[in-house]
Design a protein around this ligand. Structure first.
Ligand SMILES: CC/C=C\C/C=C\C[C@@H](O)/C=C/C=C/C=C\[C@@H](O)CCCC(=O)O
Ligand code: ZN
Length: 609
């Protein structure tokens, strides 16, 4: 038997005694004051006798708290107490709750105007500049800044919501829309939602803005500001097709709708798997569908993450490593096994090796697969390690077992077993051993302690390098001293976008022998005109790493325009670390703080410490 769960360290809630089964939200979005005025009713279930209910909050102004048991109001006291990096805990005390009780707790509150989960944008800060905009990002522990809650992935609850927004704006949530009606005063619109599948708090999400919908299929649509609607529709037209392949791999899709919303450029991530409504960065609008792998990733979360959820953020790799693995399984089905092998090897070399060796260093705690977060903010530990080390572990196990079809069968049964639940690393491992009891010797050969609990790089899995070989050979022509660099772009032009990226990344790895070839590389491959954000980013980084001064303006401009942290964080890190650019970069960053997402500001500020 897997050992009992250690407590989730990132929540103050007493979820072992009491859980929230349902949240009923009434929100009024106030763009003038940049806050939400909220009323939440929580249906609780008492699992162990308790004299208190403890919730997570962050910067909330609590106006009233009332508790009812069997429809009768009960006397309760409440107090807010500082909880360090985890916010403030709200304890409702002096109550007598018995196992089996189902009390209802109602809290009226307001969010602060620097709520960690929210970015309010003025009209001028949006793409179309016609209306203000609001979006949320609750993962990992920011839901507590928009609603008092049990902010732990180990508690799953259904929710419904009524959200009152200014007339003319559209409100979307991580739920199924139930329509809208004019508010009582007629000056606003009230949108209603229901999420009938129990979700962890980090999947609560809201967007309010001037949005247009483009229908992709019966269950899929894309939402965007009108000027980006057509381009978004083109870019993500394959969503239904990907969803169908995902169902073949992972099982039936249980969430009803799968919509996308293309957010403003300040959105800090590539995508966020909010149920029924994935949030997407506009940096995916490459014009040629070349970055649609992010959609396969977010779709995969509909099973790994949203249905089978990591027990705590210490087991985040169970969300992300599995999702990357599934994303590449889907690509393998769509574009062939060689493509899956190539993407897996690229992920290992470009993301994992770089993060472990260059960003953290091989002894760093955050390079471990299973984390020991203690009272640290889980956001601080976020990196590509759980994504790539996690998926490399699954790749290694699949290869060792030597039967891909059976391993896929195992994935489906794992999803079925833990659907609607949470899972820890020990539970997953125990189920793996149970499923492959006839292959125990093979599993025992895996160095579990090294993979799960040691810092640094794991052994590199054996990939089929057919597609990677061509990239490395082309890159070598640029980095072999004494050899003649290519003078035409022919070989490069014929490659897929991900291969092009692998070429530039391989040059970055061997940049010390690249010399002064940056102008020639840029001109030969027209890299200064790249529309694909991944390629553009890699080109900028190569320029910065080789201290090519013409790259400075383009890098500053990219970091200013793009709030996706995957890009702006390494660019700022590099600019801050180069004496020729440090002062300019710091003043650009500081001047831009009012336009930036609070999560991104915090991340860039940490580079300056
Ligand atoms: C070990 C770390 C434990 C927990 C961290 C959990 C969440 C971190 C938080 O900062 C939120 C992350 C959200 C990520 C959303 C999407 C990613 O897949 C994007 C990856 C980067 C990108 O493509 O832009
Ligand atoms: Zn993900």
């Amino acid at each position: 038997m897997a050992p009992p769960h250690p407590r989730d360290p990132s929540t103050a809630s007493n979820y072992e005694q009491v859980v929230v089964s349902h949240y009923s939200l009434k929100w009024k979005v106030d763009f003038e004051k940049k806050h939400i005025v909220g009323d939440v009713q929580m249906n609780l279930k008492v699992n162990q006798d308790s004299s208190e209910i403890v919730l997570d909050t962050r910067d909330l102004v609590i106006q009233s708290v009332s508790l009812k048991l069997n429809g009768e109001k009960v006397q309760a006291e409440y107090a807010l107490k500082d909880n360090g990096a985890l916010g403030q805990k709200l304890a409702v005390s002096n109550v007598s709750l018995k196992t089996g009780d189902t009390p209802v707790l109602e809290i009226k509150y307001e969010t602060s105007n620097n709520a960690a989960a929210l970015q309010f944008l003025t009209s001028d800060q949006t793409t179309d500049k016609v209306a203000p905009y609001l979006f949320s990002q609750c993962q990992a522990i920011n839901a507590r800044s928009i609603v008092p809650c049990m902010d732990t992935p180990s508690v799953k609850s259904t929710y419904d919501a009524e959200v009152c927004v200014p007339l003319g704006l559209t409100c979307l949530m991580s739920a199924i829309g139930q329509g809208s009606k004019p508010s009582e005063c007629g000056k606003r619109t009230v949108f209603s939602f229901k999420q009938p599948v129990a979700i962890p708090s980090y999947l609560l999400a809201i967007v309010v803005g001037h949005l247009e919908q483009k229908v992709i299929s019966e269950r899929c649509a894309v939402w965007a500001e009108p000027s980006q609607a057509e381009a978004s529709y083109y870019e993500f037209a394959e969503t239904e097709k990907i969803l169908k392949v995902a169902e073949e791999v992972a099982g039936p899709y249980v969430w009803g709708r799968y919509d996308l919303v293309v957010l403003p450029a300040t959105f800090p991530f590539g995508g966020m798997e909010n149920p029924c409504l994935t949030f997407i960065t506009p940096t995916l609008l490459a014009g040629d569908r070349s970055l649609v792998n992010v959609i396969a990733h977010e779709i995969s979360h509909s099973w790994t993450g949203n249905l089978v959820t990591n027990f705590s953020w210490e087991h985040f790799w169970l969300n992300e490593g599995f999702t990357v693995f599934l994303e590449r399984k889907i690509h393998g089905k769509m574009y062939g096994e060689l493509e899956r092998q190539f993407e897996s090897e690229s992920g290992f070399e470009e993301a994992l090796v770089r993060t472990v060796n260059d960003v953290f260093g091989p002894d760093h705690e955050y390079t471990k697969l299973v984390q020991n977060l203690g009272d640290a903010d889980p956001d601080d530990a976020f990196s590509s390690v759980p994504y790539e080390k996690g998926s490399a572990l699954l790749f290694t196990i699949e290869q060792a077992l030597g039967d891909n079809a059976r391993f896929e069968e195992f994935l489906r049964s794992y999803i079925q077993k833990y659907a609607y639940k949470t899972v820890s690393t020990d539970e997953w491992k125990e189920y793996l051993y149970e499923s492959f009891s006839d292959n125990k010797v093979i599993l025992d050969n895996i160095d579990w302690n090294l993979w799960l609990h040691k810092a640094g790089l794991p052994p590199k899995p054996k990939y089929d390098s057919t597609l990677m070989k061509a990239c490395k050979e082309l890159a070598a022509k640029w980095t072999t001293e004494g050899s003649e660099a290519p003078t035409d772009g022919e070989g490069f032009v014929k490659m897929s976008n991900s291969q092009k990226l692998a070429v530039i990344d391989a040059i970055r790895v061997n940049k010390n022998s690249f010399g002064d070839r940056m102008p020639a590389l840029t001109a030969t491959y027209k890299l200064d005109q790249a529309k694909n954000a991944e390629l553009k980013f890699s080109w900028l980084m190569l320029g910065l790493e080789t201290k090519w001064t013409p790259i400075i303006d383009a890098s500053l401009a990219f970091a200013l325009a793009v709030g996706r942290m995957k890009y702006c964080k390494p660019i700022y890190r590099s600019l801050f670390g180069w004496s020729a650019t440090r002062d300019r970069a710091i003043s650009q960053f500081k001047a831009n703080i009012p336009n930036m997402h609070p999560i991104t500001v915090k991340a860039i500020q940490s580079l300056l410490k």
